[in-house]
Design a protein around this ligand. Structure first.
Ligand code: CP
Ligand code: NVA
Length: 300
């Protein structure tokens, strides 16, 4: 299939499960030292408007392992030429585009104006590659996603929005625990409310929000592009730090997750991120396998 990977809302539950199984399979092949190169002869353009460690390295490494070639471009879309013109150039040369942009519309425009499949590597609205890797990690740790309660403590941001899209499709319970004014709003929220029903909730009450959760997840309080709001955000989110007390409310078996990079001492304390309950580097590892799955799915 040749397809875009922009949002979980474009996929069925079956397709998400297919991607997760393929990711497991690709991880096994890699661990067994098997050479598997379905992208041989293919070139993937990587357009990044924002910094990245995990996403850039895992895509470039994954493309190489699958036999393809990655061309990395750091640029502000629309500055030197329009997004449609970029798409109409790239489609003549490359077989796929991985894009990390500020505006979500830029990724949609790249997909609409060019024939090359577009993979969303984070926008201001969504981060589906991250949540695919997180779902893979939870399946490894807990066997299945079904019925798991994920308490997302922090900003109703792009990472949370992709969790909300997953919850609209896969039967997990998702609670956003955040200060007033930082809830997810707009169509992604409305759709999750409609499709996930009472499996999806928002609360300002930290204690009831995390009590008994299977997973406590957090992310930075100030996302890339929001730096001007940092002082205000630090103040608003301070009571929502994930520390030992929060993990105790969730329970001894609860897992701690974070997409990284972490601002230790802000959204999470050192003792939590370094604890036995923390699986943050397993999540980071699985970015590689999950994105290889997306590449194979979208490009072969
Ligand atoms: N989690 C994540 O996407 O990390 P990077 O911003 O470093 O790519
Ligand atoms: N919400 C963060 C995620 C970084 C991976 C950001 O957009 O900066």
């Amino acid at each position: 299939m040749y397809d875009d990977f922009i949002s979980f809302a474009d996929l069925t539950r079956g397709e998400i499960e297919e991607l997760l199984s393929l990711a497991d399979d690709l991880k096994k092949r890699r661990k067994n030292g098997e050479l598997y190169q379905p992208l041989r002869g293919k070139t993937i353009g990587m357009l990044f408007e924002k910094p990245s460690l995990r996403t850039r390295v895992t895509f470039e490494t994954g493309i190489y392992q699958l036999g393809g070639h990655a061309v990395f471009m750091e640029m502000r879309l629309g500055e030197r030429e329009t997004v449609p013109d970029i798409a109409r150039n790239l489609e003549r040369w490359v077989d796929g585009i991985v894009a990390r942009t500020h505006s979500h519309d830029s990724v949609l425009e790249l997909a609409a104006h060019g024939a090359a499949p577009v993979i969303n590597a984070l926008t201001d609205l969504l981060h589906p590659c991250q949540i695919l890797a997180d779902a893979m990690t939870l399946r490894e740790k807990r066997g299945s996603l079904e019925g798991l309660h994920v308490a997302f403590v922090g900003d109703g941001n792009n990472v949370f929005a992709s969790w909300a899209e997953l919850a609209a499709c896969v039967p997990i319970k998702l609670t956003l625990v955040c200060p007033k004014g930082y809830e997810l709003k707009g169509p992604v929220h409305e759709r999750a409310k409609e499709l996930a029903g009472d499996r999806y909730g928002v609360t300002q009450d930290l204690e009831s929000g995390v009590r008994g959760a299977d997973v406590v997840y957090t992310d930075v309080w100030t996302s890339m592009g929001q730096e001007a709001e940092n002082t205000k955000r630090q103040k608003a989110f301070r009571p929502y730090q994930v520390n030992r007390r929060v993990m105790e409310l969730a329970g001894r078996d609860a897992l701690f997750m974070h997409c990284l990079p972490a601002h230790r001492g802000e959204e999470v304390t050192d003792d939590v991120i370094e604890s036995e309950q923390s699986i943050v580097f397993d999540e980071a590892e699985n970015r590689l396998h999950a994105q290889k799955s997306v590449l194979v799915w979208a490009l072969t």
